[in-house]
Design a protein around this ligand. Sequence first.
Ligand code: AMP
Length: 939
Amino acid sequence: MHQGIMKAWLESSHLYGANATYIEEMYEAYQEDPQAVSDDWKAVFENLPSINDSSAQPQEVAHSKVRDYFRSLALDGNRGSSVRASDPQLDAKQVKVLQLINAHRFRGHQNANLDPLGLWVREPVSELSPEFHGLDSQDMESEFNTGSFAYGGDTMKLGEIISALKNTYCGSIGAEYMHITDTDEKRWIQQRLEPSQGRANYDKAAKTRILEGLNAAEGMEKYLGAKFPGAKRFSLEGGDSLVPMLREIIYRAGESSTKEVVIGMAHRGRLNVLVNVLGKQPSELFDEFAGKHDHTTGSGDVKYHQGFSSDFETPAGNVHLALAFNPSHLEIVNPVVIGSVRARQDRRGCNDGSQVMPITIHGDSAITGQGIVQETFNMSQARGFKVGGSIRIVINNQVGFTTSNTEDVRSTEYCTDIAKMVQAPIFHVNADDPEAVAFVSQLAVDYRNEFKRDVVIDLVCYRRHGHNEADEPSATQPLMYAKIKKHPTPRKIYADRLIAENSIASEDAVAMVNAYRDALDEGECVVKEWRPMTLHSVDWTPYLNREWDESYDDSVPMDDLKALSEKIAHIPESHPVQSRVAKIYKDRVAMSIGEKPLDWGFAENLAYATILNGNKRVRITGQDSGRGTFFHRHAVLHNQKDATTYLPLRNLAEDQAPIDITDSVLSEASVLAFEYGYATAEPGGLTIWEAQFGDFVNCAQVVIDQFLSSGEQKWGRLCGLTMLLPHGYEGQGPEHSSARLERFLQLCANHNMQVCVPSTPAQVYHMLRRQVVRPMRRPLVVMSPKSLLRHPLAVSSFDELANGSFQNIIGEVDSLESSKIDRVVLCSGKVYYDLIQKRSEKNLSNIAIVRIEQLYPFPHKEMEVALADYQHVKDFVWCQEEPQNQGAWYCSQHHFHSAIPAGAKLTYAGREASAAPACGYADLHMRQQEALVNSALKL
Ligand code: AMP
């Protein structure tokens, strides 16, 4: 049928046979962007791919075919003669004009005026010149169709089109968005950029507000510079527009009913943001500069790593602001912020991200250099991690510490190119044009709210001083800093502009500067929108100042346990599962009715069920968390017919708490950081990150060192995150044996985290429950098992679940006569089973075995009880599977020494010191394992 339409259309059009090249060019323009051609042409091309194809899916059609197709249509339509156009020359130019428009949409940013210093060397883009398209000065007065260009009328003079294109795409904003494949998104951005030519028509009040922001940004730095000369403050100067930008973003967020904004940023400009956006009292900051601090808290942190929280009044409602605490690692805070945002959204029941918005602020060298950025982009649309998009701002001061970004910092054109992996629009903007900055700020918020995706603002600026204020930047960047010295400040440039256009009197501009300085002298909050916090939705006071050994009651009545057991073992008939999974569930049914002892997977699932039933939420992520890397959890069941999923844990009761078990993206650092962020914003439930194999936790070491182990000490931020790290020497080689227990133990101090090695299903059940039921919120690091998941001896009873609690130490369980004991073996984890099996095989009754299930904080009191009957023993051995320089031996032996009777000796039974965590040969592994067990048992 479409051929009829085509013929009719061709007969009434300006086509003719020889114009095939023209059509082809038009088609190319259409292929680059369907909006680039008029609706008539679009209709033709939309029909084009299905010429010989009855399928619904359009297919790629070779250009030669396109040409043939039009030729044949033209011939058909005119019974052998060519279709003639009214003015072929003009038509050909029309195509060129559309291509010129399109070229600006694609590449205008490459000739935009982005660098305030004018130092960027950018090749002219030939496609942006009319000559490239065969258009010359004589065409400037000719009227052309504007296609989808959203400025002016349907037709415009070429000269006017070009000037509108230059204003829109080559001014202070360089819009990169044509890499987005979604036509609606592109059209939306065009509709926002083109009609206004990339400028907002700000009224006097809005302009004054922007000037106030710049005034505050500059005033603050100058004041600090004068009052504390030479002190490190990581000045914002050069990127001053960040302050009005953030304020515009918050105002816009308020208009769109956002209730909370969580901000992550590194040190550059942080003090400025703290005082001028979040409303931290300047006097507090000055005290910090003067070295005053609160001695009652932990170790503290330098002022440019501090976080802060406040509420901010906007005309549309107040917004809670939280600036995350941040270590020196430039980008790792981003996934932490996103995790915190997700926790807040979950708590608010907000599924589309609208109520809580993240802003992450990056450096230009860091955003392109640090892999964590890629990881975070990758998470941005993944089910378990998405938050409805982040506003990502780059303070692009064109230098990384001393490294120039022209040659040494990156291999991409822009520092923001990484954002294209998720098709985020990128708005490069000249920071010396604060109105353009405000315009893209609002645009970014609106884009995020509309499409729930990440958006990037590249604030192209400079750094007035060195990396810090004690630095001498011209030593390494002589030309740049010669230029900077002469370059007026952003406030001066904008104030002069407003004075010139009569938007403000010059005395008023001066008065503004003085008023801000006077306010700093007063030391009171300088943010007039600042309000005391009322909007944050969680109270942390019940969790403050708690200790790990406080008593608690984690008991669940047996009847409830049994009822929940049946539910977690139940699969609806409509949900057929894979046969091995069916067998596991059949066993679970047998366990639930007491026909089988409880295994690890059952007890663990039951722990979650009881937590949910107690109205506390559960969140578990990890690369295989639904199934469990070692096929033990099966909390997410996959229907073998239609691939839908069923979670027994979501089907316990109408009023149960929510559970999320989501397989994570394949990364450790960003996921662990995300979960840290989640757990520091949500104390009310159980948050778990599970490593696929424990040794992969290496890749997240920065999160462990800089957040998990030290966040409470440095920043007073509590975090109850649980980490399940499969660990155990089972002959799988150096990479799949060790979760690097020694590294965690080495970081232990001040009761900062708990390190546990549970050895039975009852122990994992109580350990997980304890982490929620007890009000203390500190990280729990678990060396979790692999082969023990199915070990016939690693089983428990309902009675142990209903009537027990987590045992930090498990003393000798066999009824050995204590007076005959002449050696006590201390151990943790799986090796216990090797030891008891060998002891029973050899009928040894003189050796007691004591399990230390919590290595840190060390349970001295329970240890005393466990060793009470062995005070006569002189021979104590610590037995471990790990090499001597690894595991608990070096880090925990002072605890073991202090626990054994005076005069007794403590020796070591384990692998020899080794550079690698484990050997790669199964037979060698077996020999080593046997030797260490024999040595522990004196065999
Ligand atoms: P926020 O919602 O992050 O702005 O936090 C609001 C307030 O709650 C903070 O000022 C702290 O007093 C408290 N708070 C937030 N997170 C934590 C945490 N992880 N540990 C302890 N207190 C917290």
